[in-house]
Ligand binder design. Sequence first.
Ligand code: MTE
Ligand code: MO
Length: 298
Amino acid sequence: MAFRWKNDLTAKDVTPKNLYVNRRQIMAGLSGLGLASIGGRAAAEGLEPNSYEEITSYNNFYEFGTGKGDPAENAHMLTTSPWSVEIDGLVDKPGTYDFQEIMSNMTIEERIYRFRCVEAWSMVIPWQGFELADLLDMVGVQPGAKYLAFQTALRPEEMPGVRYAVLDWPYVEGLRLDEARHPLTIMATGIYDQPIPNQNGAPLRLVVPWKYGFKSIKSIVRITATDQEPPTSWNKANAGEYGFYSNVNPNVDHPRWSQATERRIGGGLFASRQDTLMFNGYDEVASLYEGMDLAKNF
Ligand SMILES: Nc1nc2c(c(=O)[nH]1)N[C@H]1C(S)=C(S)[C@@H](COP(=O)(O)O)O[C@H]1N2
Ligand SMILES: [Mo]
């Protein structure tokens, strides 16, 4: 695995407010010595990372059931090795790429990101992964491409939740190409420096920290470069409630509840609701949406 050190980048380049933590700190954290340094640094911003237990036991992954505890209970059924990702559409090198082969070509980094679910709860998660842009460069996206379409595995024999038509399976998502190429957009492959657990989307899932969690599609088996805005599962299920962009926006309420505040998971007895930040606090993405009406393009 290649490791790229990005300590020369400013906070603006990577995560807001210096939330970037390097590999050594994460390793130290696991050995028990440095947890304070992760926590300390993030806590300085009021952003204590959630515990491994919280991150891996309170999940949405409807292929394994709609309850928050269902993925932790059922996702062990998913076979994640071997795993391959089909990359096709408007790319120079379409093909079926083995996950291990992808990993050996990618630079793995650590990023601590705020995570905001549309259900108005949030967590802070230390991810390991690679920039999606690096994968796109590997396969060569053609000039005509404007969007990426993503697809999750569909394996009825390993996914008890797909017996129910709560969504139109397989789970699909999409990004505009400039969103996909933004350095904040990663393909996550680990949490707290361990391979990503099945319930969190093993072996690789998208993380787009300025968008609601449902854009972060899990256990990806296909990525297609296209010139058309791709369909997305939640938009297909309820277009009035879930738009294509799904940017975290305290000023645009979900039709059934406010998005102005959020409840941080694991905050304990004295946890209070906090104000939700535009773009989940990742102001550096604002330029992607210049000139767009974000109440219309929600
Ligand atoms: N394939 C798939 N991806 C998915 C989902 C899902 O049901 N299926 N749920 C989404 C939603 S609603 C959220 S909030 C996040 C949750 O990610 P986490 O469990 O790692 O916190 O995954 C997203 N990705
Ligand atoms: Mo969500």
